[in-house]
Design a protein around this ligand. Sequence first.
Ligand code: CU
Length: 349
Amino acid sequence: MQKRHPWLVGLGLLSMVGWLLLPAKAFAGLSFGKLVPNLNFAFGNTIDSLYSIIFWIVTILFIGTEGAIVLFIILYRKRDGHKAHYSHGNKFAELTWTLIPMAILVWLAIFQQSTWAFIRADMPPASESNLVQVFAEQFAWNFRYAGPDGKFGTPDDIMTINQLHVQVGKKTVAHISAKDVIHSFFIPYARIKQDAVPGMLNRIWFEIDKIPCWDLKAQQMVFFSPDEIKEKKVALDGFAFKADNVDITGVKKYHYDPLPDTKTAPILYEGKIEDRPIEEAEYVQHPIEIACAQLCGLGHYRMVGYVVVDTPETYDRWMQQAIQNKLRSGESKWTDIWDKYYPQYNTAE
Ligand SMILES: [Cu+2]
């Protein structure tokens, strides 16, 4: 008879628990299990409640199935006086674990239908929204605005790389395509994620109702409504974002430093932008992240863009500066590829 090693079984169970706890420990400093704040006033909350419903369904199923595995390991371990029984399947069990997930999925599909329709069926009309074109490539986000004439593919277009400006309280419609492989336009704070597919035009919209800023005193991110920001002094420039040394948990801390030899900065206060002494700044306008959510190649991890959420004043200032400076970063990608091969995307409603 084979020798039993109960300590081996114990070690196996212990390592299972260890593997489950390890990521929890590693992410503890990142407030594990919490989402970043939702800034998409239009439908972010609905997405979040769907997310948490699905999260709890799979959590319960996970604990149930893993618990069953552990229970069966103990119940049906090798023991004296117990003979192995070979099972050839059980129709009732098979039907149960097929029909229950099916019922859950069908219920979810019906339950989320109105949300899907709200987000996907109609894009907001042009009179209520800003339209931006998004052209993804390995490994950057190209953005294009129509410029003063309101038409795409004309010489007054504004083009940027990795920097998207949106207006607070106004809908942004993004027309998205890709140059090379499939990418995915993901703004966690806005709760949107849309694949960018070569040769295909996809559309997504969102509406951000809070302006992300960086609190210079507390050195952390804060969010203001358009009314709240009127009483704050927010620098639009003149500061550099820096990472502190990473501690042993691997959690990075950041702060803003004034740029060297800078005496004044454009500061937004009471709805006006004026150059003021840099010490007066209480906050800095702080961007939120755009990530690529498709593994699109070796440089996928650095395919990061930024959304600057603007008040009407800072949006106008940025647009005027872009028009004056004839901002046309990455122009050849648009003219040689998008305009040449997909001219219909420039007029597509
Ligand atoms: Cu990508």
